[in-house]
Design a protein around this ligand. Structure first.
Ligand SMILES: C[S@@+](CC[C@H](N)C(=O)[O-])C[C@H]1O[C@@H](n2cnc3c(N)ncnc32)[C@H](O)[C@@H]1O
Length: 242
């Protein structure tokens, strides 16, 4: 459903505190995410976003300078955490959802991120904004597989971006809402590979994360999706040839 984005929204700020006690010194990062009191999908933080943000936080030393696009960012918790950890981030949401794009901008403002571009990218649409995106290392997507009718369109966009950036990876968290849903056939159709990242590898296997009980008892999983190796290889050869 498209939104008009014309009404003044009622906003509440939710604070997430990511902590890491693996080293001698305790490190932490606090981000504040403005949520809109509205039943639409992209107006508040979803449990998957906290899990993906936790992954980014626990890998923060590898993020510095990485070029990242968050797809369907909504209120943008993962993208904001990545940017605060030194990644070069672009946020996006559906081009026909100005209120969601405004949420992305508001989240940046709330976290003193003045140089994060926000663009409209709609699943399955090869628009000028999508085509003109700069080079990327990582694409982020939290809770983008929530309606099976859209799964292929999401993967078409991911495939387009990975073909353009053959070494890039799509890091995505999803909530298991039905045991019948699977993207396996679609991954095969679009020549994509997938590995699962276990939540206990980044201390996300708990009902509470970053001071939030959003993950709760939801069954959340994380995947990294890449182009199938031979495709990545062909593209690399293609690029290297004169
Ligand atoms: C379940 S919410 C997840 C939001 C955010 N990533 C999170 O995890 O908190 C789904 C997101 O998909 C976006 N979305 C819906 N339809 C879309 C489309 N056709 N193209 C791109 N994004 C879309 C919504 O605006 C919303 O931000």
């Amino acid at each position: 459903m498209a939104d008009s984005g014309t009404e003044t929204p009622s906003i509440a700020y939710k604070v997430f505190t990511f902590e890491d006690e693996r080293k001698n010194a305790r490190e932490s990062l606090c981000v504040s995410i403005p949520e809109v009191l509205d039943p639409q999908f992209g107006m508040y933080v979803w449990p998957c976003a906290v899990v993906l943000a936790q992954y980014l936080w626990m890998h923060r030393e590898e993020l510095r300078g990485k070029k990242m696009l968050e797809l369907s960012a909504g209120v943008s918790l993962p993208g904001v955490v990545a940017a605060r950890c030194g990644a070069v981030v672009i946020l996006s949401d559906a081009a026909d959802r100005p209120a969601c794009l405004e949420n992305c901008r508001r989240s940046c403002e709330a976290n003193d991120l003045s140089d994060v571009p926000v663009v409209g990218v709609s699943w399955g649409e090869i628009s000028p904004d999508l085509v003109l995106l700069p080079e990327l290392d990582v694409i982020l997507g939290s809770d983008v597989f929530y309606d099976p009718e859209d799964f292929e369109d999401v993967l078409v966009t991911v495939f387009f971006l990975l073909r353009k950036n053959p070494k890039a990876e799509f890091w995505t968290t999803y909530q298991v809402r039905s045991a019948d849903w699977s993207i396996e056939v679609l991954l095969h159709r679009w020549n994509l590979s997938c590995i699962e990242v276990q939540l206990d590898q980044f201390n996300a296997d708990t009902p509470e994360l970053a001071g939030s009980n959003l993950p709760g008892n939801h069954s959340i999983q994380m995947m990294k999706i890449t182009l199938k190796t031979e495709d990545a290889g062909q593209k690399a050869i293609h690029r290297a040839s004169p």
